[in-house]
Design a protein around this ligand. Structure first.
Ligand code: SAM
Length: 293
């Protein structure tokens, strides 16, 4: 059987090269293969997030971003779609991304710069550089200790006094049926086995607030419908959800002691269950401001 042709052959080659060049995350080995579907999923997720959030950010910097001179960092910016949209909306401000894999397009708006680097090293920026640090869907790339002892500290270090941090990430699901409960048990085990913390969402405000320079966290929640009951967004939500789960297929089969065929059947039933239960995905948004000196 020949392997499927890549939609982005050059890109996938570059990613594989970069993965060899950049030290692997020993504490948290990569969970899912970075292929065409992964790149597509990240882009799709961006559009879903913007839609359910009614915009690309919530920190109170609209006016300053419009006026110009604001400097923004997107940590682990992936395909850079958020950065490019923000840069087009606010042409007088400057946008920087940091990302280990070159999955962002070569042609970017003039006010976007992407630095290829490992965020587990010291960030390649001076203290007090950014007015706004943004991090989205990065929880499960790192361990709890990497978040507590390195990443949050770097976010705080590179933020200017008075600057804002906005982090958006998975916090579970609402209206779960029995199949999702069962799948979640296996997914949690896969995450733990791979060094991640499945309950990071409930600890994250505390992790930010334990930094003496950061103010109280404002926590809000957005939800994404999963399944056709939620219209077009629900269809996309289910598509993304199924793609994420299929990346963890081996682990789910192992922990649920299921054959591939039985898991496929469970997933088919899950697609019905989300519609009868009106299942939703929950995403937390954490906003905090660095104290003015
Ligand atoms: C789930 S994606 C989220 C991407 C983006 N934040 C978004 O919302 O679309 C996680 C990203 O983190 C990047 N990443 C993982 N470990 C990294 C590291 N040690 N240094 C820099 N980037 C990393 C991955 O390459 C991937 O692009």
């Amino acid at each position: 059987m020949g392997s499927k042709q890549s939609k982005y052959p050059k890109l996938i080659k570059k990613i594989n090269k970069a993965s060899n060049d950049i030290r692997q995350n020993d504490e948290c080995p990569q969970l899912v293969k970075q292929d065409d579907q992964y790149v597509d999923r990240m882009q799709l997720f961006h559009h879903v997030m913007r839609c359910v959030s009614n915009g690309n950010f919530k920190v109170p910097l609209d006016e300053q971003l419009k006026e110009g001179g604001v400097v923004v960092l997107d940590v682990c910016c992936g395909t850079g779609t958020w950065l490019s949209e923000m840069a087009s909306d606010f042409p007088n401000s400057n946008f920087v991304g940091i990302e280990k894999d070159p999955i962002y397009p070569e042609h970017k708006p003039k006010n976007v710069k992407i630095v290829q680097a490992d965020v587990l090293e010291k960030f390649p920026f001076k203290d007090d550089t950014f007015d706004f640090v943004y991090s989205r869907l990065n929880f499960f790339s790192f361990s709890e200790s990497q978040w507590k002892n390195h990443l949050i500290k770097e976010f705080v270090r590179v933020l200017k006094p008075g600057g804002y941090l906005e982090c958006l990430d998975h916090s579970g699901s609402d209206n779960k049926g029995a199949i999702l409960e069962k799948l979640n048990v296996a997914i949690e085990k896969v995450l733990i086995q791979a060094g991640r913390c499945p309950s990071l969402a409930s600890k994250f405000s505390g992790i930010i607030e334990s930094e003496p320079q950061m103010g109280k966290v404002t926590l809000t929640e957005v939800t994404v419908p999963i399944g056709s009951w939620g219209g077009k967004i629900g269809d996309l939500g289910l598509h993304i959800n199924m793609h994420m789960m299929s990346g963890l297929k081996k682990g789910i089969m192992h922990y649920l002691k299921l054959s591939e065929k039985s898991l496929e059947k469970l997933w088919a039933d899950y697609k019905t269950e989300v519609n009868t239960h009106h299942t939703r995905w929950k995403i937390n948004r954490y906003i905090s401001q660095k104290n003015n000196n």
